[in-house]
Design a binder for this molecule. Structure first.
Ligand code: XMP
Length: 508
């Protein structure tokens, strides 16, 4: 186990991913974690992340310096290295030249961390401060044109510092450097989904004992994997509630019912609350208002169903690691709200149930792997993510039954063609958006004035960033043709060619 101390870098998730790609378990924790907690976790090594602060800022994040007395290897990255050097008696100053982007790294000493790496290699920098004096016991191991101390080591203590970011792909041998550090820590790389599943099932049993657990099942991969995992731990003591909000895709409830009943032999209560949702959404076009209304009704409906289940003591959620990381910050403040769609902190305060979140340290691709490992049906493992507010945020503007129906038909065609062309699993998401404007067309010699739909297809690893998918023109042509021919009310199809950032995946 490796602990990653979060000093606020935007790349923290990448550090965790790289460590896990080496089959070593790790967790990201805030700097105020406390030395006793670290001792009780007893990690094999510590990675101090980068961060936006300068070590001399009054409020810069700090961790107890006693971590350097634990006799375990430490790797400091960027701000993390500067923190270490400062804490151990060296000094850091504002650089004359800031260094952002690519820099050629020259390795002076092939200490452990650079094992198997050429003397000159490409690194990726992002810093305004530099080390001017090293503490006793440290030597320089690499430099760049503008940075004298691009890497340093105290070999005896196994403390390593890298001024550049080994976790980003632009540092070509970065992953190898992280692997080398894990080797120094003595991590064998035996962490697999099989071992995770085994430990997780045992932990759920231990936490829940003979009490009942309820779970909001959406049919997405996260809640399905959560359900199966908990079912394996406590069997019939798990009850799932599926709320149909009327904003699902065409035939979704029926299809899901079939799949879930066939593959998950679990208690599932299906609740149809469509009318309530659609009524409340009538006349509302602001996306955040839509989300709030949907979120509130969902909780109401879910709560009243949950109350009917006697002796329920736990509520299970398919919260993933990125949700947790994004909601905790090194500075204790909430990061800017762009869209209010986090699981974390979204529950009503008066909910008396205790939380079970077995996926909270996993990334999406790990959840899929876990699903596969514990025998979840392929259909469920590979479902593309679908937002909680469903089609309400894909009907831009007011949500009416007519507009929902146009979107459902359009979306069904799109997904059918994407699947037929073998693209469904390659894409993070592919969906249609109904726009609030009309366009002129001509059909059978007659003028039409009808709706426009946009097609959105993106590739992504975790939805934090995304790129628009370069789908073949032939496929796009076929999709457009079918939609315009088969969906009454649509006379134009456009393809969204924006990436995230600066756009987002959903339009609302
Ligand atoms: P954005 O549009 O923020 O989407 O780039 C990132 C990912 O989150 C999904 N998404 C949501 N999921 N409730 C959800 O449960 C929401 O309100 C919501 N908004 C966006 C989106 O589909 C994508 O996978």
């Amino acid at each position: 186990m490796i602990l990653i101390i979060d000093f606020g870098s935007q790349f923290n998730q990448l550090i965790a991913r790289r460590v896990r790609e080496c089959k070593v378990y790790c967790q990201i924790v805030p700097p105020d974690i406390g030395i006793d907690k670290i001792k009780s976790i007893n990690p094999e090594g510590i990675i101090l992340s980068g961060g936006p602060s300068s070590i001399y800022d009054k409020n810069s994040p700090r961790i107890d310096k006693d971590i350097f007395k634990l006799k375990i290897p430490v790797l400091g990255i960027c701000y993390g290295m500067q923190f270490m050097i400062d804490a151990l008696g060296g000094s850091v100053k504002k650089s004359k030249k800031r260094e952002y982007g690519f820099a050629e790294l020259t390795i002076k000493k092939k200490e452990e961390i650079f094992t198997g790496i050429d003397r000159k290699t490409q690194s990726w920098m992002s810093h305004g401060d530099s080390i001017v004096k090293l503490p006793r016991g440290f030597v320089i191991t690499a430099f760049t044109e503008n940075t004298r101390v691009a890497a340093t080591v105290n070999k005896k203590k196994k403390f390593y510092g890298l001024q550049f970011h080994p976790e980003v792909e632009h540092t070509v041998k970065g992953k190898k450097m992280i692997k080398n550090f894990l080797d120094v820590c003595g991590c064998a790389g035996t962490w697999t989904m099989k071992s995770f599943a085994k430990e997780s099932i045992a932990e759920i049993k231990e936490t829940v004992k003979d009490k009942r657990v309820i779970l909001g099942l959406s049919g997405g991969v996260d809640s399905s994997v959560t359900a199966l995992l908990i079912h394996k731990a406590i069997g019939k003591k798990l009850t799932c509630i599926f709320v149909d909000n009327g904003l699902l895709r065409k035939n979704e409830r029926e299809n899901l019912k079939k799949t879930l009943r066939k593959h998950l032999k679990i208690n599932i209560l299906f609740v149809n609350a469509s009318n309530r949702f659609l009524k409340a959404l009538s006349g509302v076009s602001d996306p955040e208002k839509k989300r709030k209304i949907i979120g509130k009704i969902f909780i109401d409906v879910f709560n009243s169903e949950a109350k009917k289940i006697k002796d329920a003591e736990f509520l299970a959620q398919g919260t993933l690691y990125p949700d947790i990381i994004e909601s905790q910050s090194a500075f204790g403040g909430p990061s800017a709200v762009i869209k209010s769609h986090h699981n974390v902190g979204g529950l009503p305060k008066n909910m008396k149930l205790k939380l079970v979140e077995p996926l909270k340290y996993l990334f999406k691709d790990e959840v899929r792997l876990l699903g596969k490992t514990i025998g979840l049906a392929e259909d469920l493992v590979w479902r593309q993510p679908f937002p909680g507010p469903g089609l309400a945020i894909r009907v831009i503007g007011e949500v009416t039954r007519r507009r929902l129906s146009i979107l459902k038909e359009t979306d069904a065609i799109l997904i059918e063609e994407i699947k037929a062309a073998g693209y469904y699993r390659k894409l993070w998401q592919s969906f249609a958006v109904l726009l609030p404007i009309k366009s002129v067309g001509i059909m059978g010699d007659k003028r039409t004035y009808e709706n426009i739909v946009a097609i959105r297809a993106v590739t992504s690893k975790d939805a934090m960033t995304a790129d628009w998918a370069r789908l073949p023109h032939k496929l796009l042509g076929k999709i457009s043709n079918r939609i315009i021919n088969e969906v009454p009310g649509v006379n134009r199809v456009v393809y969204d060619i924006s990436s995230k950032p600066p756009s987002t995946i959903e339009w609302e």
